[in-house]
Design a protein around this ligand. Structure first.
Ligand SMILES: [Zn+2]
Length: 68
C-alpha cells in the first residue's frame, strides 16, 4: 500500500497518442477523450477494452518502427 500516493493526474496511464504507458500530458488526455467520444457505445467495459486494444496496437506499431 502506498503511503504517499501521487495526485491522480500524475499517475501513468495508457496513452493512445504516444502508444505508451506514461504520465499523461494534456495532449495525451485530449487524444484519449477524443477516442472515447468517437467510440461511444452503451458498453462502458467494452469501450475500455477497445481503448486498451487500440493503445496496444499503437505500442506494437512503435516497436516495429524501432526494429526497421
Ligand atoms: Zn502520451
Amino acid at each position: 500500500m502506498l503511503t504517499t500516493p501521487a495526485p491522480a493526474n500524475t499517475q501513468p496511464a495508457m496513452c493512445l497518442l504516444h502508444g505508451d504507458f506514461h504520465t499523461m500530458e494534456q495532449a495525451c488526455w485530449a487524444a484519449t477523450t477524443d477516442w472515447y467520444f468517437n467510440h461511444q457505445t452503451m458498453d462502458e467495459h467494452g469501450d475500455r477494452h477497445a481503448y486498451l486494444a487500440a493503445v496496444e496496437r499503437r505500442m506494437l506499431d512503435n516497436l516495429l518502427e524501432t526494429l526497421r
